[in-house]
Write a protein that binds this ligand. Structure first.
Ligand code: AAL
Length: 396
């Protein structure tokens, strides 16, 4: 019996070998040649491995030639005080900076509490003075700068309204839109300590005639929540407006799957909501979520479409992607040491450009200690070469 078994195995091995040889032979009959020394710009008609095939799915096969590839370098900002890093002062989730009358403006989450956050997993112990997370009991502040490195904190832009108005617990993670001479701040408005039942909150808007304010409340829950059991049920985060095709495109995030019961299995998706007017109504794209990787939203006009930087979460984390229609994104490059909560300075974010030029710098944040006792964040500057008008690499 053993001899018979060995005979069967060896016959089948020979068969397998023959099959493989046949396949190689068949491929060679149609395609000849080996991969050339000079990198081809188009897919060559030769046998290709799966990895070599994939190279030609990118914008260019050589990453160095890829306009949607960059490295990132970081610079510490001047002008912000952090109470010696004791966790009571935090600045995070900056808006994209804008340039008005010779100055850059940025809005961001600022928390200044008596004690550091106790962590989302202890949110039930949070009080009016004890924050659960780094972004609990926070407000939207703003700062200005001449050079993008030294900043002067100007004060609060959006404070927490009286209870029970939306955002009474915390107003955070702002981003800016410039539309028809007015300024619109979009931000998350929490009505409970983050972490209690997840990171549940809707988006509110305020507007002003000047980036220095005063800000008028323009609406709450402007991006409709998904229905129960939909991916963006009760969570619309990181609103980021762009003017595209004459409309306002707001990309936003929701953390879903098993969160909050099981943080390990949570997933992050991004959706797109479109409106004719900044205050809405917003209509969600039927193909949402349009991204299934990434964390905070970073989207910008690139040529005729929209590009995005996906960081931190998902199978396609640490990639830059591009969608001609702003909806169906494809990986353009793989990147590393990416800016967290990246907020690039995108000069044409609101011009309804048909030829988006990209950017060379922006702001992002660094978190010092996760859920540990002294958790706080700082805002830093990043530089890169994701601009079509700039040939110098960020790193030499
Ligand atoms: C950030 C952002 C949102 C979340 C929290 C504060 O990374 O995604 O703003 O709600 O964390």
């Amino acid at each position: 019996f053993i001899i018979l078994l060995l005979a069967i195995i060896s016959v089948s091995c020979v068969n397998n070998k023959k099959n493989t040889e046949e396949v190689v032979q068949e491929t060679k009959e149609n395609k000849e040649g080996v991969f050339p020394f000079k990198m081809p710009t188009e897919k060559p008609n030769i046998p290709l491995s799966a990895a070599s095939e994939r190279m030609f799915d990118y914008l260019t096969p050589r990453v160095q030639d890829n306009e949607l590839f960059s490295q990132f370098k970081y610079t510490r900002l001047k002008g912000f005080d952090y109470s010696n890093g004791d966790g009571t002062v935090s600045r995070r989730d900056p808006s994209r900076p804008i340039h008005v009358n010779g100055k850059y403006y940025v809005w961001y989450t600022k928390r200044h509490t008596k004690v550091p956050p106790i962590g989302w997993n202890r949110a039930a112990e949070a009080t009016d003075e004890i924050p659960s997370t780094d972004w609990d009991l926070a407000e939207v502040w703003y700062a200005t700068s001449k050079d993008g490195i030294t900043w002067e904190e100007q004060g609060v832009a959006i404070s927490r309204p009286e209870k029970p108005k939306s955002g009474w617990r915390s107003v955070v993670t702002p981003d800016i839109l410039v539309w028809k001479g007015k300024y619109y701040l979009y931000y998350q408005a929490f009505d409970e300590p983050s972490g209690l039942r997840g990171d549940l909150c809707p988006v509110s808007i305020s507007y002003a005639d000047s980036p220095d304010g005063p800000w008028t409340h323009g609406g709450d829950k402007v991006i409709p929540f998904g229905k129960e059991n939909e991916w963006d049920h009760k969570a619309t985060h990181d609103p980021q407006p762009i003017v595209h095709n004459g409309k306002i495109y707001v990309y936003y995030k929701a953390a879903y799957n098993k969160w909050p019961d099981n943080r390990k299995n949570y997933a992050v998706g991004h959706g797109l909501a479109i409106a004719d007017d900044p205050l809405g109504p917003y209509k969600k794209h039927p193909l949402n979520p349009v991204m299934q990787s990434g964390h905070e939203t970073t989207y910008w006009p690139y040529k005729g479409g929209i590009a995005t930087l996906a960081i931190k979460d998902g199978n396609e984390r640490e990639t830059i992607q591009y969608a001609e229609d702003g909806v169906n994104f494809k990986i353009a490059s793989s990147v590393s040491l990416t800016p967290t909560a990246a907020a690039p300075f995108v000069a044409d974010a609101f011009t309804d450009t048909k030829n988006g030029r990209g950017f060379t710098w922006g702001l992002s944040h660094f978190i010092n200690a996760g859920v540990s006792k002294k958790a706080y964040s700082i805002i830093a500057r990043f530089d890169c070469d994701l601009s079509l008008d700039y040939d110098e690499p960020a790193f030499k």
